[in-house]
Design a protein around this ligand. Structure first.
Ligand SMILES: [Zn+2]
Length: 395
């Protein structure tokens, strides 16, 4: 169904006035008004009105988000204006500059205003929530997971929630990793609706995980439940793994991140492992070392990279067990180098893993029919993992 463009423009332009009108003063300096408007998903508009007996000479906006970090990060914006006794200023935060923030993110902001007499007013911090108000969201919370949806019955949401909970149990059992902070899942009714919530929408984007905010946004229509469950398991695993391994010094290799997410989905999609076996036989698989960096954007190569990542994780868990996997994640959480972490936990580096995995894969004769499959294809961009559904035939 195609939305009428006028209606779309109306909802995209919907501005919601948030933030208190306040009066704070020092000497003759008074802040009369402060507000922020959410223009989802691209902008935050801030404005302020102040007056004084003498010229107001300096205005700064300070803001911080609820992104996970190791120290509180407060950004400061110098507002350009002509000094005067009465001023009205505004500043627009173009969220494309920081890669966007997810629905539901909280932004705290305050101003400092100074006049020519060096009188200064700092406004009280105000909180705004970056909500996608184009839809009427309902929510469901269980344990650490809150699921938001706007289309479909509660049974639809409950089924997705059950998948999320099962994924967490499975991850804890097989890897020892569990959520340390709450997460939010935003279920859009379609990939098209989801793209309306993204700052750089791509044709193939089916979901996005904002790991630093603990938020996932996915487009799942009520008729796509099976795909949706897989997508939720996958992205939720990314959030768990990122929470466990988050540290200021380093990240984890892509094959481990994606492999754990694929593993969390449960049984691999039909055809995925047979295509991997075929790739091994034809010597088309890459080394563990090169799988530590973001995968190729080329669909066919990426598919093999995901299959190989799944297989590497499955090999490590099957051969060496849950305790070692948790030890590996904890070691990465301390900021360890890729080779050092593997050596410390398993006694071999990336090349050693590569050799052992190839032996494991080629020892038993594995045959399988190559067949058309739905491929979950992800491309990592920065700290986001984009999820897309590509329906392909033979590969
Ligand atoms: Zn992924």
């Amino acid at each position: 169904m195609i939305k009428k463009s006028g209606l779309l423009a109306l909802v995209i332009c919907l501005l919601v006035l948030l933030g208190p009108v306040l009066v704070q003063a020092q000497g003759g300096l008074t802040v009369n008004q402060s507000s922020a408007q959410v223009d989802f998903p691209l902008y935050l508009h801030f404005s302020l009105a102040a007056e004084s007996d003498v010229n107001i000479t300096d205005i700064r906006l300070h803001y911080t988000t609820d992104r996970f970090s190791f120290a509180e990060v407060i950004s400061e914006v110098y507002i350009e204006f002509t000094p005067a006794t009465s001023v009205e200023v505004s500043w627009t935060f173009d969220l494309r500059r920081i890669g966007g923030i997810p629905p539901g993110a909280n932004i705290e902001y305050w101003w400092t205003v100074t006049d020519a007499n060096a009188a200064q007013v700092e406004t009280n911090p105000a909180l705004i929530q970056f909500d996608d108000l184009r839809y009427s969201w309902q929510s469901l919370t269980e344990g650490m997971v809150t699921l938001y949806w706007y289309q479909g019955k509660e049974s639809f949401a409950r089924e997705l929630m059950a998948t999320a909970q099962q994924t967490l149990v499975r991850l804890a059992e097989d890897t020892g990793a569990y959520l340390e902070k709450p997460v939010n899942l935003y279920i859009y009714d379609s990939a098209r609706d989801l793209r309306g919530a993204m700052i750089f929408p791509q044709e193939w984007t089916g979901g996005v995980a904002f790991t630093r905010f603990g938020t996932i946004a996915i487009g799942i229509s009520t008729g796509e439940l099976d795909w949706g469950k897989r997508a939720i398991a996958h992205e939720l695993a990314h959030l768990v793994v990122h929470q466990v391994t988050l540290n200021p010094y380093g990240d984890i290799p892509v094959w481990l991140d994606e492999g754990l997410a694929m593993y969390a989905e449960g049984e691999p999609e039909p055809g995925l492992l047979s295509s991997l076996s075929k790739a091994i036989a034809e010597d088309r698989v890459t080394s563990v070392r090169s799988l530590s960096s973001p995968f190729s954007a080329h669909a066919q190569e990426a598919t093999i990279a995901y299959a190989q990542s799944y297989s590497l994780v499955e090999f490590l868990i099957t051969r060496y067990g849950q305790v070692k996997m948790l030890e590996l994640l904890d070691t990465f959480g301390q900021g360890s180098d890729y080779d050092d972490a593997l050596k410390k936990v398993y006694g071999f580096d990336m090349d050693g893993l590569n050799q052992r995995w190839r032996d494991y894969m080629t020892a038993p004769a594995e045959t399988g029919e190559i067949m058309g499959v739905d491929i979950l294809d992800h491309i990592i961009v920065g700290e986001k993992s984009f999820l897309s559904l590509k329906r392909e035939g033979l590969f």
